[in-house]
Design a binder for this molecule. Structure first.
Ligand code: HAM
Length: 432
């Protein structure tokens, strides 16, 4: 059947997007829950803001010179003629929400959100990806930078990642950066013909992006370029020194990376990124962020410093997979009821078990024993709870081990009869 010119049964998720099904989505949920817990332990409150904004929030906040705004934003007019954009990132929305509501400072917010960027899709790079992140507004204190960086590394460690590297830099501020950008622009202008093709076209719009260009032509030119670290003012030098002292004091390993200038225009002073060493280096950022002391005033609010980061959930899941470490998927369905009577035992038993917090599932449609056992196995449950005519008559359930941790089951072999009235307590005591 044709519908709007395409066959109805050929619909697919749009290019660059994907459906995340269980069990992958279970891992996704665990990542968000772990993040939420750590953020709230540190005093950050959840902020849920609209997925689309007046597009000027991003034009002004994230910046015209960034790829995210210049080339990748999903922008459209709504039916009322308003110019809107799907959120390409979370920080500008949080800053806009601050300007609108003016909560007490310091304001510490966390979020979990989809983000939309019209990028060339590839492994680890999507047109809709998902981020967890935090933003802390209202303090210039470098110890806040340490708190924020600590949260990112703590989160990544807590979910089981091991192979990663934290890179830290300072991008200077309004005191020292303009002179540096002038010096860099003079250098790039004098060497324009040797830049990579993209930067020959684009260096004037955002000269600092040259510093993180990976193309051989630009890489070759970098050694002769003025160094940002040598141009920092005393305020930026002292700020960075205190951040580094803090990271060392709490035992967070880091590496200075002078090319870490990040792709969004709002950054000032501290920038940082965690690279996943098990991932392909083109797409290895597990999370990144930095200070944005001018963003709130850029969006019409009073001068208010801020710092935060976001971490891509899909990237982190890829890194867990690449490290062969997916241990954080917990098996929620512990028991699968196999009913060889008329289905009422399955109906009643699953209801009873779920009511006391034991994950339980069942088959429907009076399927054969073999089919139900196959489904039980596929469910990942540790136990099959079998009720046939025999068990029904004696008021019992046959508990059969399906998989580890089976050694906790005090049975002679692979199955045991348990009184129906005691089954919930029996399973609870196994602590599966
Ligand atoms: P970002 O570096 O653009 O920063 O994105 C944050 C993270 O989102 C990246 O480190 C990466 O893990 C993930 N990510 C970005 N783009 C994609 C994509 N196309 N597909 C899959 N994953 C992706 C920001 O968005 C800033 N708002 C972070 C921030 C918060 N800075 C200060 N506060």
């Amino acid at each position: 059947m044709l519908f709007g010119g395409c066959a109805v049964n050929s619909f697919q998720a749009p290019t660059g997007t994907r459906d995340i099904l269980a069990p992958e989505s279970t891992r996704f949920k665990t990542l968000v829950a772990t993040f939420a817990n750590l953020a709230e332990l540190a005093g950050y409150g959840l902020v849920i803001s609209p997925m689309f904004e007046d597009s000027s929030v991003f034009h002004r906040g994230v910046g015209e010179a960034s790829d995210v705004v210049a080339k990748e934003m999903y922008e459209f007019d709504d039916r009322g003629g308003r110019r809107l954009a799907l959120r390409p990132e979370g920080t500008a929305s949080i800053a806009r929400a601050y300007v609108q509501h003016r909560p007490q400072l310091p304001w510490k917010a966390w979020y979990a959100t989809p983000a939309f960027r019209y990028e060339r899709p590839q492994a680890g790079r999507y047109r809709q990806h998902h981020q967890v992140g935090i933003e802390a507004l209202g303090s210039n204190d470098p110890d806040l930078d340490v708190e924020v960086i600590n949260l990112l590394t703590h989160y990544l460690t807590a979910i089981g990642l091991e192979r990663m590297e934290l890179r830290v830099n300072s991008m200077g501020d309004s005191t020292c950066r303009p002179a540096y950008v002038d010096a860099l622009s003079r250098y790039l202008g004098a060497n324009e013909s040797q830049l990579c093709q993209e930067h020959q076209r684009r260096w004037k719009a955002n000269p600092m992006r040259f510093l993180d260009c990976k193309k051989p032509d630009c890489v070759d030119l970098k050694s002769g370029a003025p160094r940002l670290s040598e141009a920092l003012c005393i305020g930026c030098i002292e700020h960075l020194a205190r951040v580094i002292e803090g990271l060392d004091a709490i035992g967070i390993a880091w590496r200075r990376d002078e090319t870490l200038v990040r792709g969004l225009d709002y950054y000032t002073r501290t920038t940082f990124e965690v690279a996943g060493l098990a991932l392909d280096s083109a797409q290895d950022a597990l999370g990144g962020g930095g200070r944005y002391d001018g963003l709130v005033s850029q969006l019409g609010g009073p001068a208010t410093p801020g710092i935060g980061f976001a971490s891509g959930i899909e990237r982190v899941m890829l890194a867990l997979e690449a490290e062969g470490n997916e241990k954080n998927v917990t098996q929620v369905v512990k028991a699968f009821v196999v009913d060889m009577t008329d289905g009422s035992a399955a109906r009643d038993l699953t209801s009873e078990l779920r009511a006391v917090g034991i994950g339980a599932d069942r088959a429907f449609d009076n399927r054969s024993l073999k089919a139900q056992m196959r489904q039980a196995d596929r469910s990942g449950a540790y136990l099959a709870l079998i009720v046939g005519p025999d068990e029904a008559a004696s008021g019992e359930v046959t508990v059969k081990e399906l998989r580890q941790p089976t050694d906790r089951l005090d049975s002679q072999g692979s199955s045991i009869r348990v009184k129906r009235a005691e089954i919930a307590t029996y399973i609870q005591e196994l602590k599966l």
